[in-house]
Ligand binder design. Structure first.
Ligand SMILES: [Zn+2]
Length: 239
């Protein structure tokens, strides 16, 4: 009868393992580039046309905004900026410059939290406060959403789906991990970009000088290969 006495311990141990495996699975699902539980997620579009969307996350920040805008203007490229409400509130002039240059602006939350295990009310506040800051820039187009750290699980996709908002992910991310050099960023982008790709770069903050340096060669070389740059909305409209 020893076994019977140990049974609760065994059940508890098995339950713990099940809970841990489930938690790990959900954590992995939360960062999936191509799947979420509700609503529409886009990480690239299917097309044979050589069009790609350049997207920039975070900011606006004085360290990077002007240089990025100058590079885009010199090369006559339209891009999409996923901006944070907090940074827009701090630097409204930079937000206006991005809007005035005709680029698309997307929502990257107010405070950049990992949007997993968050209350629906937190999701609504993060998204709506940021929308309000984006509209203050004068930007009038659709506002797509990109989750910070690419994280989403239940409440965020549910909110976005209810509000008919798309989650925009990416299929090329050369500067998300580690501290790659400008040359490595350029090389990875050139290797992985395909027709319909969504390229994610982080050029905004002081520490991101290598990304800013890579931007011009990326644009030049993709153009040489016949690619054309469009905003995320334009890319979606052609899909
Ligand atoms: Zn971010």
């Amino acid at each position: 009868m020893k076994w019977l006495r140990r049974k609760p311990t065994i059940i508890a141990a098995v339950s713990l393992v099940v809970v841990l495996v489930a938690a790990a699975t959900l954590w992995n699902i939360s960062s999936a580039r191509t799947f979420q539980f509700f609503g529409e997620l886009v990480h690239r579009v299917d097309t044979h046309e050589k069009i790609v969307a350049l997207t920039f996350d975070d900011g606006p920040d004085p360290a990077g905004t002007q240089q990025v805008l100058d590079t885009l203007a010199e090369n006559q490229v339209q891009a999409t900026f996923f901006l944070m409400g907090r940074d827009l509130e701090k630097h409204p002039d930079l937000g206006r410059k991005i809007a005035q240059a005709g680029h698309e602006i997307g929502n990257h939350t107010y405070n950049h939290p990992r949007m997993v295990g968050v209350l629906p009310s937190t999701v609504a506040k993060e998204v709506e406060d940021t929308d309000a800051q984006i509209r203050k820039t004068g930007y009038q187009g659709d506002i797509h959403f990109r989750p910070p750290h690419g994280r989403k699980l239940f409440s965020l996709p549910h909110y976005l789906s209810e509000h008919h908002r798309k989650t925009i992910m990416w299929d090329v991310e050369p500067d998300s991990e580690g501290t790659p050099t400008a040359q490595q960023i350029e090389q990875e982008t050139l290797e992985k970009t395909k027709p319909g790709s969504i390229i994610l770069l982080h050029p905004m903050y002081q520490s991101r000088d290598q990304t800013r340096q890579a931007l011009k060669p990326i644009i030049t070389k993709l153009k040489e290969r016949g690619f054309r740059f469009v905003t995320v909305s334009a890319l979606l409209n052609r899909a």
